[in-house]
Design a protein around this ligand. Structure first.
Ligand code: ATP
Length: 441
């Protein structure tokens, strides 16, 4: 073991559970653990997913302890025979387990509070390897374990994320942070829409590429999801003020080159930014969706308090619904097709008027995999945003599968709404046609 627990810099994570080795379950706990460790300057060097097999678990744990000062395990602390984490730790550390009477009482009480008798199998959960202490789990029966052994530290936590997260938060705040040294990692996220990942990289790299070698380096990672590209900036420092000043300066430099394609530097999502802009005007918003099937509406109403500004959202999937319910003129659909700028505009105006809202959004497109034509291939999507005095409409061609094309469409619908409210032009990414904004419709 090469790292003292006194100043831990590195950690490893072991996710225990055979279900995590096959679809559809994924190990998400390690993402949370990594982020929290990184906050206090502890870097995760390796992660392992291991099935419910005692020999495998012991071997993975032994190797991790040989490399790293801190090993965090998740899962396998339940009461049943395939919950092996406790036994594997005891075997690797060669520490016999002893029943902790206080812990046993806590587990009994937990059952009693629900009017139930503790099943005999749960007694196992009161076993603690010598030298270890139990960590309270307020949301479940499986307690965690904190075990210091020589220079090494093992933290074992139950698998359910809703139990693991608050337990680990407390461990970080109360036990790990005080011993982790003065450095903390500070972060800012710059969120953009309207440019592809390579366009963002091309504009921003000449700036952030130089930061790495400066006296207080800023590390930058680019993350892309459909229609959104994020720059994640981080600084390691013992001073929150110094880190904050450095990050503010870095954010300003990036915003200067990406301009209005940046929609958030304060953690807000696109739907929050749009909602705040609508609320600031005292307006109401209404959305008519076709190919996105409610995704735009779901994102808008995910935001707490969105009833302040969302009035009426509708999924008008068939041509008939567009005509009869939104009042889209039938000849527009006949002459231009359902996926066309005149129809998108009529959808936006139709829902706005029907809802008595101030701003209307219409989304119509071909998500695929079928339904494309040479003139309108799969991915073609038209989005319109209208108010009583102005509008913006764009035809996009998204390059992906049905699921992702719908995500692209929802993202760009929110982005065009943001742009209309802010009075900024739409970015060029994925646009294949556009009328000019501004004319009443
Ligand atoms: P409990 O006794 O409460 O079940 P446990 O420690 O035995 O605690 P597991 O049985 O290993 O936990 O896992 C319980 C559930 O927690 C799993 O079915 C899975 O849904 C979730 N889970 C486990 N490990 C992870 C992980 N690494 N990432 C995300 N979810 C996980």
């Amino acid at each position: 073991m090469n790292t003292g627990v006194e100043r831990p810099r590195w950690a490893e994570i072991i996710a225990v559970g055979s279900e995590l080795l096959i679809p559809p379950r994924a190990d998400t706990n390690s993402l949370y653990l990594t982020a929290r460790l990184s906050d206090i300057g502890i870097e995760v060097r390796a992660k392992t997913v291991v099935g419910d097999n005692r020999a495998d678990l012991e071997s993975v744990l032994r190797d991790a302890l040989a490399r790293t000062g801190i090993v965090v395990l998740s899962g396998g602390l339940g009461p049943t025979d395939d919950d092996l984490t406790r036994d594997a730790i005891a075997a690797v550390l060669e520490s016999p387990m002893a029943e902790d009477p206080a812990l046993l009482e806590q587990i009994r009480e937990r059952f009693a509070r629900r009017g139930a008798r503790m099943p005999a199998v749960n007694r196992r959960q009161a076993l603690v390897p010598r030298g270890g202490v139990a960590i309270e789990n307020p949301l479940g029966t499986a307690p965690g374990l904190w075990i210091e052994h020589g220079d090494g530290l093992i933290v074992a936590l139950p698998g359910p994320p809703n139990e693991l997260m608050p337990m680990f938060d407390r461990i970080v705040d109360e036990r790990l942070a005080p011993r982790a040294g003065p450095d903390r990692v500070y972060r800012r996220v710059i969120k953009t829409s309207g440019r592809t990942e390579s366009e963002v990289e091309e504009a921003a790299f000449p700036i952030y590429g130089a930061w790495v070698t400066e006296p207080l380096p800023v590390l930058t990672t680019i993350l892309a999801s459909p229609g959104q590209v994020e720059l994640h900036l981080s600084v390691r420092s013992a001073s929150a003020d110094i880190a904050d000043a450095r990050l503010c300066d870095a954010v300003l430099q990036i915003v200067a080159v990406l301009g209005p394609d940046v929609f958030s530097t304060d953690g807000r999502t696109l739907e929050e930014v749009v909602g705040d802009a609508v609320r600031a005007r005292g307006w109401f918003l209404a959305v008519a969706e076709s190919c996105t099937g409610g995704l735009v509406s779901a994102r808008l109403t995910d935001v707490p308090g969105s009833s302040d500004y969302v009035s009426l959202n509708a999924v008008t999937y068939s041509n008939e619904a567009k005509v009869s319910w939104l009042g889209v003129p039938g000849d527009l659909v006949r002459d231009h097709g359902a996926v066309s700028e005149p129809v998108a505009l009529a959808m936006a105006n139709g829902i706005r008027q029907r809802a008595g809202a101030d701003i209307g959004v219409g989304v119509t497109g071909i998500a695929g995999p079928t339904g494309g034509t040479p003139a309108k291939p799969v991915g073609t999507t038209v989005i319109a945003v209208t108010t009583a005095t102005t509008h913006i409409v764009r035809t996009f061609r998204f390059p992906s599968t049905r699921v992702r094309n719908r995500q692209f469409a929802a993202q760009l619908a929110l982005d065009l709404t943001r742009r209309l409210l802010a009075g900024v032009e739409a970015g060029p990414a994925f646009v294949v046609a556009s009328s000019r904004a501004g004319e009443p419709t």
